[in-house]
Design a protein around this ligand. Sequence first.
Ligand code: C2E
Ligand code: CA
Ligand code: CA
Ligand code: CA
Length: 276
Amino acid sequence: AKSLGKNQYCVYNDGMGVKEVRRMEIEKDLQLALENEQFYIVYQPKWNVKSNSLYGFEALIRWKHPRLGIISPGEFIPVAEETGLIVPITRWVLENACNQCNAWHEKGLTQPVSVNLSTRLFQTSSLVEMIQDVLGIMKLDPSLLELEITESMVLFDINDVVQQLHRIRSLGVRISMDDFGTGYSSIGLLDRIPIDALKLDRLFTEDINTPKKHAIINAIVLMAEDLNLDVIAEGVENHDHIEQLTQLGCHVMQGYFYGKPMKVEEIKDWINNHNT
Ligand code: C2E
Ligand code: CA
Ligand code: CA
Ligand code: CA
């Protein structure tokens, strides 16, 4: 960053901190980012250790800001949620991910691509229509699309959310519960929310070598088996993680060990190196 000089520093001190200035800049530029094609998607593989094969890809958005450089979704998605821009941004991600999935499908890949859905979207009236629309326009087999939702949905009208999820699932789209085990009353939700998979939050994979973590993961895996849900472990970074998770009955893994989120060009090489 450029040196601000003493006077300017004082101005910042009086009014806004550096963080607030950055956040305002992000808010101001977010709309233009969509128009100026500053977003792109990286894809991270999920690997089935049992069958030694690809399980699917997760689409993760990136923003290449002309001045600020790469901004992570953790920083700008909350701003997009507040401003409502999350709707057109999600539509953009859905269109691109579906399009890419089609391209991979033509080359023989049969695995789904997942897209993250902000909880906020369930408060807009048109989520189901948007998904249906995109599937129609992109002519994607709906079973190749998976949507990742989070437990924070319980904060809203749960009956309404459940109804929307049923409608989405009846389109043939898969649904998975992201960051499972970190949010609000996760277990109670499983009774009501129609899903196909659970994503075990990265916090469980970190320091997996404690008896407590073992007990919790074990219980989640057993429960998921009975409920017919796949379990995907997030944040798998090393051999130890893989060994422990495998012992606990978790067979699908996502994390830096198997592949970082990659641009489409890099995915090509990754696929060649992994014989998929
Ligand atoms: P998430 O859905 O839980 O995605 C997983 C995050 O963990 C990603 O961060 C990924 O890059 C990172 N990660 C993957 N493997 C590892 C690992 O082995 N170790 C560690 N330490 N981290 C790993 P990312 O891409 O920065 O995304 C952050 C969050 O932003 C995502 O969390 C998701 O909630 C949100 N997000 C990303 N793309 C979108 C999008 O298109 N729409 C919406 N609504 N949210 C998105
Ligand atoms: Ca996710
Ligand atoms: Ca996650
Ligand atoms: Ca997360």
